[in-house]
Design a protein around this ligand. Structure first.
Ligand code: ADP
Ligand code: MG
Length: 352
C-alpha cells in the first residue's frame, strides 16, 4: 500500500495509544439500550441470559511486539494467550465460559508449533471450564498474530467497573508485582548471550519464579471466588496488564478521584528484588511500571477492608481521596509524596 505523504496530521507514535482509542471511540454513534458498557473498561458489558450480564473482551498478541519465539515456548504462548483474556473477565468480577481464537500464521511455521500452542491454549480453557466456540485462521507474511475473544458472565449485583472507586475506599492488589518484567529482562539478557555464542546455555538459576511469571501468568479466578465467598463486591476493579501505575491512573480517571499509595506497602517478591538489583532497577519501578503481572487491582469500602485483609495474597496498598484523576505515592523513606505517572509499555508511545 502506498503511504500518502501529503496526508496531514500527527503520526500514531506522536498521538499515543490512549488518544488513538479516544479517537476511535468518538466515532461511535449507536447506543443500544442492552449495551451497559461499550469502550472503556476491561470488557464490554451487555445484557445476558437469565438476568446475568454478558462480558466480552478481545486481545491480540503479535510476534516481535508481545512475544519472541526465540525464548517463548509455544505451549506457554497458547496458555498465556488464553489467560490474558480471561484476566479481563476476572477484572469485571465475572467468570469466562467461551472463547474464540483467531490465528494468522506464516507458512514457515512448523505444525509442531501449532500442536504445542493449542495444547497450552486448551489447558487454560480446561482449567477455567471454557469452551472454544470458533475463530478464524489465515496466512500471514511475517509475524504470527494471535487474536482471542473471550465471553463470560457476572451477576448484575457483582459487576465491578473501573469507574466505581470513591473517596474513603481502600486500594488493594493481589499477589506480587514486577516479577513478570524481571523475567522478561532475564530472557532478553540470555537471548543476547545466546545470539553472540550459540554454544552457551541460558543461566536462569535462582530465578525460576520470575521466569514463570513472565512465561505463564497464573489465574486470578481464586480471587473472584474468594471475594464472592467473603461477600465482598469491590467498588472498582481492573487487571494489571500494563503496570500498576497505568492501571491506578485508569481507575483514578474513570472514577474522577485521587489515589494515594504507599511505597512500603507494594508487594514485591524477594526474587524480583534480587533480579532488580542485578539490572540496577529500583524494585518499586518494576512494581509500578513492569507490566504483565496479570494480578487484580481493586478498591473496597472501609467496612470490607478487615475481611479483605484475611483473603490470601491480598495487600492493601493505599486509599482513595477526593480528586481529579491523579495518583501519588508516599515514598518509603522520608516524608515525601511523589506523583505517579504512566511509564509502562505503551503501543504508539502514549504521551497522554
Ligand atoms: P485492556 O488493557 O484491558 O485490554 P485496552 O487498554 O486494550 O484494555 O483497551 C481499552 C478500551 O478500549 C477497552 O474497552 C477496549 O475494548 C477499547 N478498544 C481498544 N482498541 C479498540 C478498537 N480498535 N476499537 C474499539 N475499541 C477499542
Ligand atoms: Mg484489562
Amino acid at each position: 500500500m502506498l503511504d500518502d505523504l501529503s496526508v496531514q496530521g500527527p503520526f500514531l507514535d506522536e498521538l499515543g495509544e490512549h488518544a488513538l482509542i479516544d479517537a476511535i471511540a468518538t466515532g461511535v454513534v449507536q447506543q443500544h439500550s442492552f449495551v451497559h458498557k461499550g469502550i472503556g473498561d476491561d470488557c464490554a458489558v451487555m445484557e445476558g441470559r437469565n438476568g446475568t450480564l454478558q462480558l466480552i473482551s478481545t486481545d491480540t498478541l503479535v510476534e516481535s511486539v508481545h512475544f519472541d519465539r526465540v525464548y517463548v515456548p509455544a505451549e506457554h504462548l497458547g496458555y498465556k494467550a488464553a489467560m490474558v483474556n480471561i484476566s479481563d473477565v476476572h477484572a469485571m468480577n465475572g467468570k469466562a465460559h467461551s472463547v474464540l481464537l483467531s490465528l494468522s500464521l506464516p507458512g514457515r511455521v512448523r505444525s509442531a508449533f501449532l500442536e504445542d500452542f493449542m495444547s497450552g491454549f486448551h489447558q487454560a480453557c480446561r482449567e477455567h471450564d471454557i469452551q472454544l466456540i470458533g475463530g478464524d485462521t489465515t496466512g500471514s507474511k511475517h509475524a504470527i498474530v494471535i487474536g482471542v475473544t473471550v465471553l463470560g458472565e457476572v451477576d448484575p449485583g457483582k459487576i465491578t467497573y473501573r469507574s466505581g472507586a470513591a473517596p474513603g475506599q481502600f486500594v488493594c492488589v493481589t499477589g506480587d508485582l514486577g516479577a513478570a518484567y524481571m523475567g522478561l529482562l532475564l530472557l532478553e539478557r540470555e537471548k543476547q548471550v545466546f545470539l553472540q555464542n550459540t554454544g552457551v546455555q541460558p543461566d536462569f538459576s535462582g530465578f525460576q519464579y520470575v521466569l514463570g511469571r513472565q512465561l505463564k501468568p497464573h489465574s486470578t479466578r481464586s480471587v473472584v471466588d474468594a471475594l464472592a465467598q467473603a461477600g465482598i463486591v469491590p467498588g472498582s476493579m481492573i487487571d494489571i496488564s500494563d503496570g500498576l501505575a497505568s492501571e491506578l491512573l485508569h481507575i483514578a480517571k474513570a472514577s474522577n478521584c485521587h489515589i494515594r499509595i504507599f511505597e512500603d506497602k507494594l508487594p514485591v517478591d524477594f526474587e524480583t528484588a534480587r533480579a532488580a538489583e542485578l539490572f540496577s532497577i529500583e524494585p518499586t519501578y518494576a512494581a509500578l511500571h513492569g507490566g504483565e503481572d496479570y494480578e487484580l487491582l481493586f478498591t473496597v469500602s472501609p467496612e470490607d477492608v478487615s475481611k479483605v485483609k484475611q483473603l490470601p495474597g491480598v495487600t492493601v496498598i493505599g486509599h482513595v481521596q477526593e480528586g481529579t484523576g491523579l495518583v501519588d505515592m508516599v515514598k518509603a523513606e522520608g516524608n515525601v509524596v511523589e506523583r505517579v505517572e504512566r511509564l509502562g509499555f505503551q503501543h504508539f508511545q502514549d504521551k497522554s
